[in-house]
Design a protein around this ligand. Sequence first.
Ligand SMILES: *Cc1c(COP(=O)(O)O)cnc(C)c1O
Length: 406
Amino acid sequence: MFKVNEDYLNLRGSYLFSTIAKKVAAYKEENPGKDIISLGIGDVTRPLCPVIIKALHDATDEMSKQETFRGYAPDLGYEFLRSAVAENDYRKRGCNVDKDEIFISDGAKSDSGNIQEIFSKDNRVAVCDPVYPVYVDTNVMAGRTGEFDEEKMQWKNVIYMPCTRENGFSPDIPDNTPDIIYICSPNNPTGTAMKKDQLQKWVDYANEKKAVIIFDAAYEAYISEDDVPHSIYECEGARTCAIELHSFSKNAGFTGVRLGYTVIPKDLKDEKGNMLHSLWARRHGTKYNGAPYIQQRAGEAVYSEKGQQEIRGLVSYYMENAKTILSGLKECGYEVYGGVNAPYIWLKTPEGMSSWDFFDRMLTGANVVGTPGSGFGPSGEGYFRLTAFGTHENTKEALERIRRLG
Ligand SMILES: *Cc1c(COP(=O)(O)O)cnc(C)c1O
């Protein structure tokens, strides 16, 4: 009789989004005809830019002709895309990343989940709290997290690093030393971003402790402030301690197209001199057959002059919503964070309300749906996330309703 992988049985249900969906459905049933606006979405809503559509069409045409047909893509990605990434995302920013250190993939969710496979099971993992749930769940699947402590709402072997208004949403160095540190900046869900000196502190710490940082740069394109780094390799010493994850989902609207990349510098080695780069290359070659040619051509188009112009328009569209939300909430007297370098607004619930009580108040009082902060980790309690991925019209209307709610 076969046995299942029991580490998977430790996973906790997707409590957050299913509970939200249930609550919204129940409310709709009791109040038919109510127009509910969701500012809870973590997905883009605008169509792909013209330059991307053209690249997709052209690449499809190539696939239809004998002379230009392509089969399997190279495991690590086509040269044309790796060169475009190396040039635009790194060399132009003064970062030393070679095209051989860039691994093209189908997106940052898969990579952020799979990357832990190249590390020993007994590594100690540290995450920010609140956190993107994928980092923790994939370590649960790998049997690295121990048991769940129902009281603290934490996994026993995971180091949680609170990110709250008290520390400006930038984690403090933890008491226990981690081996693997996940950092996402600009952050989902808090919408805040680390300054260069804050990130440098982590790079120095990781090098000192021989830990590795897994840096998720999915929201890099939303950065508007000068002292916020776009890449961890802007920090000195990052080549010996950091892996960086990128996605085309949030900057170019590829959530349904699928494309991303991961950087592993060749200088990143364990104490025996084993290169993480070789292990990831081997893993990629064995378990992954390459991102599609058509998508990689679309990715290349993102870096063209016209592509850059068009995707800046896309990001500005969402960031105008962020401004609407930020200024609207401030006028109502809410304490708000984020929304300047990220499409997420993180608000402190008033009068010590719990995240879920505030969720109910927004749903029933304003017919607006957001995401309770406690769903992203224990330190998210007392906070609430709104996203800027809606339309201008819906976002304005939602804020008007919140204003009327007072
Ligand atoms: C949206 C998001 C990603 C992107 O994932 P893809 O698989 O590339 O679509 C990665 N990390 C975080 C924190 C995100 O919110």
